[in-house]
Design a protein around this ligand. Structure first.
Ligand code: OXD
Ligand code: MN
Length: 588
């Protein structure tokens, strides 16, 4: 498929190492994809679902010990430990390669090595970067064909260029003790072994588009972020774009595909999804920050997805989708998961493939079960999704799950303060049953597991970029998860989050007022439109409560931020320590 020497030499080397029986290039054709689907069904790797109800849809089960990303076994192997920083696992690159080579050696004997040329971003566009993944898993190939733009046009676009991101994945024995997800950012290289779970093996996603890309972005002057991108279309036809970072399991896919409340729909408001997980952002000729979603599909969490929480995601999964670790309804060959509806199938297999009795109290689907679905099948996909220039970002929104501390929304005073707000991000695990306050995990910019270099340098990069963006987005923080005394969420969330996003965009347009507090600018309660929310218990007083700032809680939180900064260590920019000190002063 190519004469590219760098590509061919590397594949040859990996062939000698892993010793596959054959090598098959993925060309991106429907015929090849269909043949691979059929082969995977014949071996049980995939189960064909009801093609009338779910055309092009398949089910896959991972090994029971292989159901999530493994942060403890994820490494950034830069030449020096300092360059990887204290937040990442590090190992000397030569030492790690020796370990990996021993695992890879002969690992594809009796198997096929698939060569997947793929592009993160529109093939050939300024934003896009090319990767090649070698894998011995058809599941990986079929997922990559959904999640990325892959095939012959990508290898053609690469031409003779030696610059591409190498990714080697071998399923091996799915042995947890020898599972490794390793990045060599200085060599554009990713190695994954002993896993078959998406986040560990779809190397274009977290490994390339966040870890390797954040390293490249630092060197090249752009951002690779764990952010959704959405557009809000106003009744006059204008569309404004927001990029938002939330830790995993805070509802990013739901927000990205939000359905406006009836009141706004009637007025002509619409919400368009550009991306649900990753944004690459560059400074445009107009001095604004422009964003693309480098992916081509969604790898969404299934449980909790339903007609109310996210009808758009649900509709997206109705065709050409791979479901992983959900319930298999044997009566009609469809799928089910907790939170889909109140009718769990009676004749079904659970995510492990065992006969499942929905009344025995066990979970049918794994809590991290997934759908891999094409962005093109999403009813609210933005018409700019395939625009190589991306979309201009007016607001960056950070958020997390905070039972008490953070108000519904606030705006940072300026860019550097916004970087502080992002660096101080945290999310809580709730312990509703006992009413105990959750455990706080610091997750700056929602990038804790995904920064491919020293976290201190990452913060410095954010500060530096601020000086270079003439028309920088405004930076906000939201919290949909404040709870009352009974531990119940106060804000209705989901589509009603649009009310908060509209205040954010009004602020960006200079149309809304705000109250200055020690943490930043907080809305005047009457500026959050709550028309139609009386039934949900939302009154002006409740909004006032949702917007209240408790200085003591924030002072405690500041201690947590300082602790985290100390762990980040020497590379922590002084400016953020200054921001922290100024914050404490404002609170006292
Ligand atoms: C995540 C994901 O874990 O998107 O953040 O899968
Ligand atoms: Mn994510």
């Amino acid at each position: 498929m190519t004469n590219n020497k760098a590509v061919l030499n590397w594949i040859e080397e990996m062939k000698v190492l892993t010793q596959p029986d054959q090598v098959v290039w993925i060309d991106g054709s429907d015929a090849q994809r269909d043949a691979l689907r059929a082969e995977a069904c014949s071996t049980g790797e995939l189960v064909k679902l009801n093609q009338d109800k779910l055309p092009g849809c398949y089910l896959h089960r991972t090994a029971v010990n292989d159901v999530a990303r493994v942060e403890g076994r994820t490494f950034i192997c830069t030449k020096t430990k300092e360059d990887a920083g204290n937040i990442n696992n590090w190992c000397d690159p030569d030492e790690m390669k020796a370990k990996l080579n021993a695992l890879y050696e002969g690992s594809m004997k009796g198997r096929t090595m698939y060569v997947i040329p793929y592009s993160m971003g529109i093939v050939g566009s300024d934003f896009a970067k090319i990767g090649i993944e070698l894998t011995d898993s058809i599941y990986v190939v079929l997922n990559m064909l959904i999640m990325t733009r892959a095939g012959k046009e990508v290898i053609d676009a690469l031409g003779d260029c030696p610059e591409f991101v190498k990714g080697l994945h071998a399923r091996k024995d799915i042995d947890e003790e020898n599972r490794y997800i390793v990045h060599f950012p200085e060599e554009n290289l990713i190695c994954s072994v002993n896993s078959g779970y998406g986040g560990n093996v779809l190397l274009g996603k977290k490994c390339f588009a966040l870890r390797i890309a954040s390293y490249l972005a630092h060197n090249e002057g752009w951002f690779a972020e764990h952010m959704l991108i959405l557009g809000i279309e106003y009744p006059n036809g204008d569309t404004k774009y927001i990029a938002a970072a939330f830790p995993s399991a805070c509802g990013k896919t739901n927000l990205a595909m939000l359905i406006p409340p009836e009141l706004f729909k009637k007025q002509g408001y619409k919400v368009w999804c550009v991306g649900d997980d990753i944004a690459w952002l560059r400074i445009g000729a107009d001095g604004k920050l422009w964003a693309v979603n480098p992916e081509n599909g969604f790898f969404g969490v299934a449980p909790g997805t339903n007609v109310k929480s996210n009808p758009n995601a649900l509709a997206t999964t109705m065709k050409e989708t791979i479901f992983t670790n959900v319930v298999h309804n044997l009566d009609n060959d469809t799928v089910w998961w907790e939170g889909l509806d109140k009718n769990p199938p009676k004749n079904a297999l659970n995510w492990k493939g065992e006969k499942w009795d929905c009344e025995d109290g066990s979970k049918g689907a794994h809590p991290n079960s997934r759908f891999t679905a094409m962005a093109a099948n999403c009813p609210c996909i933005s018409k700019e999704f395939n625009n190589p220039a991306g979309v201009p970002i007016d607001a960056i929104v950070f958020g997390g799950r905070r039972a008490k501390t953070a108000p519904l929304v606030y705006q940072s005073f300026d860019w550097n303060h916004g970087v502080y707000v992002g660096s101080a991000m945290a999310s809580e695990t709730t312990a509703a049953a006992t009413g105990a306050v959750g455990v706080v995990r610091r997750d700056p910019m929602a990038m804790r597991p995904f920064v491919g270099y020293n976290m201190g340098d990452y913060f410095a990069h954010w500060l530096e970029m601020g000086k270079k963006i003439p028309n920088a987005p405004k930076i906000f923080n939201v919290n949909w998860f404040r709870t009352n005394e009974e531990g119940k969420f106060i804000w209705p969330g989901f589509g009603d989050n649009m009310r908060v996003l509209l205040w954010i965009l009004d602020r960006c347009a200079g149309k809304a007022d705000a109250v200055e507090t020690p943490i930043g600018y907080v809305p005047k309660a009457e500026d959050i439109n709550i028309e139609g929310l009386a039934d949900a218990g939302i009154t002006l007083d409740v909004v006032k409560d949702l917007l209240s700032v408790d200085n003591n809680l924030w002072l405690e939180d500041a201690d947590g931020v300082e602790e985290f900064y100390k762990i980040v260590g020497d590379h922590m920019p002084e400016e953020l320590y200054n921001q922290l000190a100024a914050f404490r002063n404002r609170l006292k």
